[in-house]
Design a protein around this ligand. Structure first.
Ligand code: EPZ
Length: 427
């Protein structure tokens, strides 16, 4: 497995360009199952999860074409759906495969999707997706680790009034897609309001869907008989942009971040400014952060959008290790999302975990050592810690980071980081 080797202590200077949002591209690709016509997507990040989704859609008999592989542009054409089986071998590597469930049962009247199983940050059940589809008349059975969903009698789901017990991003996206082809009107309440949900609404509307309530927690969808093809460019990745904001702040550098959406990072920018990192927004697609040695501790609680994103928690923890004072980080979304803390402690961070709270005391002098990545965003947190640690940090299992960060080594090298990818024969 590949590893990263980082020699820390170098302030980052220069400009980094943000790629398209993985968490917008994945539902957009799944949405192509809703029509027999081609859907062309631009600004798709070249990351492992996208390749997995492309393989999954091809397995479900969609035709997936790209300019080259991996690519930033995909055309997906699901002329027919062959019973739409999403196999465990693919689903186990990417939980977002569950996003094929709603579109497949809405379009083909039947879908067979492997249960994703848990992951290192939590059990991550899909009970809310299943319960909501059942309310739309889907006959759901789960056996041998698969969810089998069948539309009622005439093969069409029925519009329903659904209130999500908990806010779920992919649950909202799954039901939004399913409702576009249902008979009648669907009201979805307590929806996720992430920018990626709004981006999906924009794509579905281009495909002919009738949806109201963008950016709110209540979505109203009037089902239509058919959807048609569309062309859409996905939004920039706000978590990649947030990660680079922390990289500039933690290394005391001066980083300009282009092709991003500052409007999607309100809570993150406010928190980083409170921690002493001066952030400028020269225009609607650019951020600039000038790091400072005088980082100050600030508490943070992760929340659903527009609150502070859970996907930025590990990155913020790395920053908090360098801040003067005590920062209390409370993780409210996932039950086990502090795996990066123990690895940072091995580098010299002063962190104590009390259930869903991590208490970080700083500034702590971090020193390089070998650390283990455990999930996508924990890996990003460890890279940031390595950038500020003295000496050499080796990060194992960087396939986690390759799932969601396009060319992160090259992007960091281009702004002065001393980072190398150590290839190993097993990839
Ligand atoms: C999406 O995951 C993102 N993934 C995650 O990003 C992100 O961390 C998460 O939203 C929260 O923002 C994609 O968009 C592909 P949830 P999702 O359903 O939809 C519980 C990354 O790093 N829940 O909003 O799976 C769940 O266990 C990834 O890019 C149920 O109990 O998250 C969690 O505690 C990691 N039952 C909470 O809700 C359900 O049926 C929020 O989960 C569904 C969710």
């Amino acid at each position: 497995m590949d590893r990263f080797q980082i020699r820390g202590g170098k302030p980052l200077h220069g400009t980094v360009t943000i790629s398209g949002a993985k968490n917008s591209a994945l539902p957009a690709m799944a949405a192509a199952l809703l029509t027999a016509e081609p859907v062309t997507l631009h600004n798709i990040p070249m990351v492992r999860d996208i390749i997995t989704m492309a393989r999954l859609l091809a397995f479900m008999s969609a035709r997936v074409t790209t300019t080259d592989f991996p690519a930033a542009d995909y055309t997906i054409e699901a002329a027919t759906l062959n019973g739409a089986v999403a196999p465990y071998e693919l689903v186990k590597t990417m939980r977002a495969s569950i996003l094929t469930l709603g579109p497949a049962v809405a379009r083909a009247g039947i879908a067979h999707v492997s249960l994703p199983g848990g992951c290192s940050i939590g059990a991550r059940p899909v009970d809310l997706h299943v319960a909501a589809l059942a309310k739309m008349g889907a006959e759901i059975s789960t056996d041998h680790g698969y969810i089998r969903a069948k539309a009622p009698g005439n093969g069409r789901l029925k519009g329903a009034h659904i209130i999500f017990e908990k806010i779920t991003v992919t649950g909202t996206e799954n039901l939004l897609m399913a409702a576009t082809l249902a008979e009648g009107e669907t009201n979805l309440e307590n929806c996720a309001r992430e920018p990626e949900v709004t981006d999906l609404i924009h794509l579905l509307r281009k495909m002919g869907a009738e949806i109201h309530g963008d950016d709110t927690s209540t979505l109203r969808i009037r089902g239509v008989e058919k959807l048609h093809g569309a062309i859409h460019s996905v939004i920039p990745d706000r978590i990649e942009a947030g990660t680079f904001l922390v990289a500039g702040a933690i290394t005391g550098g001066d980083l300009t971040i282009t092709n991003c959406a500052p409007a999607h990072l309100g809570a993150v920018i406010a928190k980083l400014e409170k921690a002493g990192a001066p952030i400028e927004t020269p225009n609607a697609t650019t951020l600039r952060v000038r790091g400072t040695k005088a980082l100050a501790a600030a508490d943070v609680t992760t929340e659903e959008y527009p609150g502070f994103a859970t996907d930025m928690q590990a990155q913020y923890m790395a920053l908090a290790t360098q801040a003067e004072g005590t920062s209390v980080i409370t993780e409210t979304i996932f039950e086990n999302r502090f795996l990066h803390a123990s690895e940072m402690m091995r580098m010299g961070a002063n962190i104590s975990i009390e259930g869903r709270r991590a208490v970080v005391r700083g500034p702590a002098k971090l020193t390089g050592t070998t650390v283990q990545a455990s999930d996508l965003r924990a890996s990003a947190g460890l890279v940031l810690a390595g950038l500020v640690a003295s000496g050499e940090t080796i990060i194992d299992r960087v396939y986690h980071i390759d799932r969601g960060y396009e060319r992160i080594v090259e992007k960091l090298q281009a702004v002065g980081a001393d980072i190398e990818r150590l290839h190993s024969k097993d990839g």
